[in-house]
Design a protein around this ligand. Structure first.
Ligand SMILES: [Zn+2]
Length: 310
């Protein structure tokens, strides 16, 4: 069984006019891969012609969540919701935002009311809140970014640093004391990419009892992305576990993107789609981890987010 700490599939589902993609296609695929829940993030950068971030997507999100959500999906806001989704055989989803671009603190309040329990200040590009991972300058958090962060902390939303640049990451750490996560980032010591975490960042997330989600995108696995495979991905798992000595820190933030034509080949070739979740379990097992450690990484640590953060 796996819990995927980062998926963009909500963008695909909410913007699909037929409303049947989940029940007719993805539900079976996810079940086959023993996927038992995930954080579904609305990706907010450049994908839409109107290009207006949260502002442009707000009505689409709200309509999908309140009027068009398949009954086989359950939006979970706390531990009890998660457990009852299991009992009712629904797929549990934590709602998230990948880039708060276009929002303000009142939007965050409304998003939280709608059920959103997770957000990232930026996607790859710098916005009005903070520096994104494409930004190699010294951009830190803006006043608006700090205000948004405090609002998120007030509602106990999961604060995700995966797309921040280094200066904004450390500025965020100075701004709040709460646990933080990097939902879909690997280790920079193994693959030197700005989307991956430095050893100091990994240790800081561990110190705060946060979580790091292991990502299957080729360019975050090996400096030569054509060589990326699941065995090399396990070097990241090994490095993070050795560095922190903390088996509570890791989860899966797979970021499988096969539903977007432009990103069809972005992920490791062996992992065709979400029906192959078992391949991740097999790879963790081949690394020599105990069954207890594998369970923690595959789903238990992610589930515990409700006990430690939300
Ligand atoms: Zn991302």
């Amino acid at each position: 069984m796996i819990f995927d700490f980062h998926s963009d599939i909500l963008v695909k589902l909410a913007n699909d006019p037929s409303d049947e993609l989940w029940d007719n296609h993805y539900k079976t695929m996810f079940q086959k891969g023993a996927s038992k829940g995930g954080i579904w993030a609305f990706w907010m950068n450049g994908y839409f012609p109107e290009n207006q971030g949260v502002y442009g997507q707000f009505d689409i999100m709200k309509d999908y969540i309140t009027n068009r959500l398949p009954s086989s999906i359950r939006i979970v806001k706390n531990k009890n919701d998660y457990e009852s989704a299991f009992l009712q055989n629904q797929y549990p989803v934590i709602l998230g935002i990948e880039g708060l671009w276009g929002a303000d603190k009142y939007t965050i309040k409304e998003l939280n009311y709608m059920g959103f329990r997770h957000a990232m200040l930026t996607w790859a590009d710098t916005n009005e809140f903070a520096g994104g991972n494409n930004d190699t300058s010294f951009t830190k958090l803006s006043y608006k970014g700090k205000e948004a962060l405090k609002e998120m902390a007030k509602y106990k939303m999961i604060i995700d640093t995966s797309h921040l640049n280094d200066y904004s990451f450390w500025d965020l750490c100075e701004t709040i004391d709460s646990p933080i996560v990097a939902s879909h980032s690997n280790a920079r010591a193994i693959c030197n990419h700005p989307r991956n975490l430095s050893d100091a960042q990994i240790k800081e997330i561990s110190r705060r009892k946060g979580l790091i989600g292991i990502n299957i995108i080729n360019s975050f696995i090996d400096n030569d992305k054509s060589k990326a495979n699941l065995k090399l991905l396990m070097n990241h798992v090994d490095h993070i576990l050795n560095l922190t000595g903390d088996s509570d820190i890791l989860c899966l933030g797979l970021d499988w993107l096969g539903f977007f034509d432009d990103f069809k080949y972005a992920c490791v070739k062996e992992f065709k789609d979400m029906s192959e979740g078992f391949l991740i379990i097999e790879s963790l097992s081949a690394l020599g981890l105990s069954s207890g450690e594998i369970e923690k990484i595959a789903y238990k640590n992610a589930f515990n987010i409700f006990l430690n953060i939300v």
